[in-house]
Design a protein around this ligand. Sequence first.
Ligand code: NAP
Ligand code: SF4
Length: 671
Amino acid sequence: MAYPHLLSPFTIGDLTLRNRVVMGSMHTGLEDFFWDIPKMAEYVATRARGGVGLIITGGYSPTKRGWLKPFASEMSTRIQAERHRRITDAVHEAEGAIALQVLHAGRYGYTPMNQAPSNLKSPITPFRPSAMTTKQVDETATAFAKSAALAKRAGYDAVEIMGSEGYLINQFLAARTNDRRDQWGGSATKRMHFPVEIVRRTRELVGPDFPVIYRMSLLDLVEDGQSWEETVELALLVEQAGASLINTGIGWHEARVPTILTQVPRAAWTWTTERLRKEVSIPLCASNRINTPYVAEQILADGIADLVSMARPLLADPEFVNKAAQGRSDEINTCIACNQACLDHAFENKRSTCLVNPRACYETELVIRPLSKPKRVAIVGAGVAGLSAATSYAERGARVTLFEQGEQIGGQFRLAMQIPGKEEFAETLRYYQRQLELHQVEVKLNTSVSPADLMSYDEVVIATGVVPRIPDIPGIERAVPYSDVLSGKVVPGKRVAVIGAGGIGVDVSIWLTHTEETLDEWLAHWGVGDPAEHRGGLQPREPRKAAREVYLVQRKATPIGINLGKTSGWAHRDVLKQSGVTLITGAIYEDIDEYGLQITVNSEPHLIQADTVIVCAGQESVRGLYDQLLAQGYPAGQLKLIGGADVAAELDAKRAIRQGLETAIAAKDLA
Ligand code: NAP
Ligand code: SF4
């Protein structure tokens, strides 16, 4: 059997899971309003049909004051519990199991009503919390237990108590956020009283066999977080209080160490789970940056954990488990850990979805229906917009020909995967390559097409992408576009000036300065140390050695990188800083000559001495073929323009892939 450990059953309390794959909790936005329950039911049922062992919902607050944001998800009344029947029934029909996560946001609550152990504001939310009274703490511990009991009533198979990622329970545990002097604070052991009471009271209400999962932070990665000794003490206490399983988490949301981004090496944190396993008797679940069945299997085979939690990988591919079990791992749409459509959306108050799978959380809306008669469709351009369109049309039963003038599929995405920390992007192209084969798309590489070649098709989709914008600067012919550098056509010198500091300028600067690093070096660069020696797992950072001296320049006076992703931009900006990249804003480009790049900043002339000047000044659409087809009378209703060829400005893969899918879904049947 493929993945024998991962696919073997596992029993927790009175629940036997069909395999060891846990879909970890992730707030999608579908939890917040009862009218989204049908969408939520289909979202989880799709994953249950896909073979997931246990699904854990996004967090539900036990009280109003624990909301993540105004009117966010809550489980505190019988009416709410009854509404959840539709969700639990849908999962059970698919022979899956589902747990409800109980989460109190504490000072992370994006509401003026938020409360916390002490009135200390978090660095990532604008609202200062009010300090809970002794009675309120006691009532909140009981509210957690009642919420768990309601979950049981709603048909959930288990509950998870959220004690990680910096939410209320963490805020009680750490001295940095708890300066109380009553029985809920004072010493490390007294700070543990709150989670221990929650687990004890939950166990009392749900009975002896109902699985109670405790999600626990093994590394806080913040100043004055828990020490390792305290972490072990807490684990033993929650075990004694009645927890059935510990699901391990890493880092508070306010931590300034990336824990799940693409640049984090796969399974980078499992050493913490392995260490805790030696201390406790209840089973443990490993999590964070585990995105393939192979990595998950290895964790279990090596005895690091009993179960493996993956959230984003199951957003990316609901069929992950079935594909792994059927020897079809090469068909898995792998999560590339970009955060762009999942966590970024959650933090921007939008419904989560997935960059590589736009149907995630839109299962009832983006439905692929077969065409009544197979039509012939030509797609021109095999970047991700074209690939998404080609595979989606083919899934509907169209006979698709995909034309690409280059040697390989992938377009801008193939360039992006050269960036350190974006290597996972190669998985998306592997996925599309396999889908093209499976759906028998005819792929014609190294093929430039003319309008005459396309006239006979029933539908034509132009996805011809973009070319780098070449700005009008004297001496620009001495500069090179980023595409030539990332494709290996031009090898830059040791001192480099980069024109344009958008997403690509930042990426190219990271690429230019990067040197290979091991996992230990990566941890040291981010200041992660042994939690047994360094409280919270933080120690002074080791400097990074930069491969080149880089100057990153833009015309705007605004800080560089402010438009990067909400949950990833800070990490990219940090890498630029660690690598000593000089950031120059408010520049006027004067000339590029044999000495380098001449600019004016604040009316002062400057020379950036550079061996190479790289242009990252955005892109322009390539749409000549589209215009020609229209001019030659190809019916406008059958001609579609998508991706960068449609709109180059602020194009990203998220929009391109979704547009490809939507275009195919909107295609009409042949008359
Ligand atoms: P971009 O984000 O639009 O940035 C273009 C940069 O070029 C800007 O800094 C702009 O700044 C400058 N520029 C524009 N016109 C110029 C001109 N005529 N002369 C000189 N400079 C000019 O485009 P991009 O960097 O090519 O990225 C393309 C897309 O991919 C974007 O949507 C981006 O968000 C996405 N992407 C995102 C990431 C990420 O989130 N990590 C990474 C890569 C790409 P000034 O006008 O101030 O000079
Ligand atoms: Fe993974 Fe990116 Fe999809 Fe989120 S949006 S699930 S990080 S691929």
